[in-house]
Design a protein around this ligand. Structure first.
Ligand code: 5AD
Length: 361
């Protein structure tokens, strides 16, 4: 057990470990070692970001999707899913409502809906930027061409979230139909980087067939790719998918991985995700206490929220945006953190920053 603490201390200093060392940490997760890791993660996060929690307004623009991912409730083969697509006016009105509440980042997330071409999205991005001064626009719209990513970036989009889902090719193939590929997913992440986005990747914890080696591969991938953001959450089964009968991922393992990610990349923007809040009533609070520093409240019109059902019992389908923000702010205050409305760009973290910050403490 002593080795666990030595490895955690080294990870905190050097921000990288060998695969077998990550594996050792995963294999020695106990209540005690997890709390040791979380304590370190909190300290590192506080050094870079203080106790500020950034909020991102999530707008689920469409649940129409041409893909058929085995885990996802809005996959095209789910004929029980009632499909919707927000209009430009509806999206702009969600942004206006969020802006008035203090949101300075809007995340446009959706299935891979062919309607949302560059010709539709570019003017929309321009209108959001013009009507919400100083805001950041984050897109989460799946796999697109390099030219499309560049066009959207040129239109003003700042960030892009595209989870890699798993950094192991064979496991990727277990989660997706043959027409999707691990190679293309990785190509997309590289193209996003080259187009000048702040990029987010991420994976599900406990997705069917996931092994500890797969998780080590995810950690090594994230270590090397060094994304600005990273979204991780437990897999949660959806009853109308091929993975309906698989168990949900582990809540505690997700928290443990949040702590590891914080130590790997101190400046990472790390959300306590909706999935984390769904499998545990205090999931988002415990995510923050494990090292996360972002929450993404839902700004979608209440009328469509239930339809954006990636997994069963998704959190927060009923409340109005304003009410859920008040609720969230209270929850964060209760654990000694505060919701802030800044744009919250990633802090470029390097050894020098670390030294400077130590000196000013
Ligand atoms: N459980 C948990 N997360 C899921 N996602 C999709 N389906 C599920 C599920 N059943 C995640 C994927 C995707 C993101 C938008 O939501 O990681 O990238």
């Amino acid at each position: 057990m002593n080795r666990f603490f030595l490895l955690a201390d080294r990870l905190e200093k050097e921000h990288r470990l060998a695969p077998e060392e990550y594996r050792y940490l995963l294999d020695h997760r106990t209540a005690e070692t997890a709390e040791y890791l979380a304590g370190k993660a909190r300290a590192v996060r506080e050094r870079v970001y203080g106790r500020d929690v950034y909020i991102r307004g999530l707008i689920e623009i469409s649940n129409i999707c041409k893909n058929d991912c085995f885990y996802c409730g809005i996959r095209r083969s789910n004929h029980r899913c009632r499909r919707y697509r927000l209009t430009e006016e509806e999206i702009l009105s969600c942004c206006a409502e969020g802006y008035a509440l203090g949101f300075r980042t809007f995340v446009l997330q959706g299935g891979e809906d062919p309607y949302f071409t560059d010709a539709v999205l570019c003017p929309l991005i321009g209108k959001i930027k013009a009507s919400c001064p100083g805001c950041a626009v984050t897109l989460s719209l799946g796999e697109r061409s390099k030219a499309s990513y560049q066009a959207l970036r040129d239109a003003g989009a700042d960030r892009y979230l595209l989870r890699h889902e798993t950094a192991d090719q064979a496991h990727y193939e277990r989660l997706h139909p043959a027409e999707m590929s691990y190679e293309n997913r990785m190509r997309c992440l590289e193209d996003l980087r080259a187009a000048g986005y702040q990029v987010g990747c991420g994976f599900m914890v406990g997705s069917p067939g996931q092994t500890p080696e797969n998780i080590v591969a995810d950690l090594k991938f994230i270590e090397g790719f060094a994304p600005e953001m990273c979204g991780i959450g437990p897999f949660i089964p959806h009853n109308a998918t091929p993975f309906a009968d698989f168990p949900a991922g582990s809540f505690r393992l997700t928290l443990f991985l949040l702590s590891l990610l914080r130590l790997i990349h101190p400046g990472l923007l790390l959300p306590a995700t909706t999935a984390l809040g769904t499998i545990h009533p205090r999931g988002r609070e415990l995510g923050i206490l494990a090292g996360a520093n972002v929450v993404m409240p839902n700004l979608s019109p209440v009328s469509v929220r239930k339809k954006y059902e990636l997994y069963n019992n998704k959190l927060c389908t009923g409340e109005e945006s304003a009410q859920s923000l008040v609720d969230l702010a209270r929850r964060m205050e209760e654990i000694g953190y505060r919701v802030v409305t800044a744009r919250g760009d990633a802090v470029k973290f390097n050894e020098k920053v670390e030294v400077d910050q130590h000196e000013t403490l």
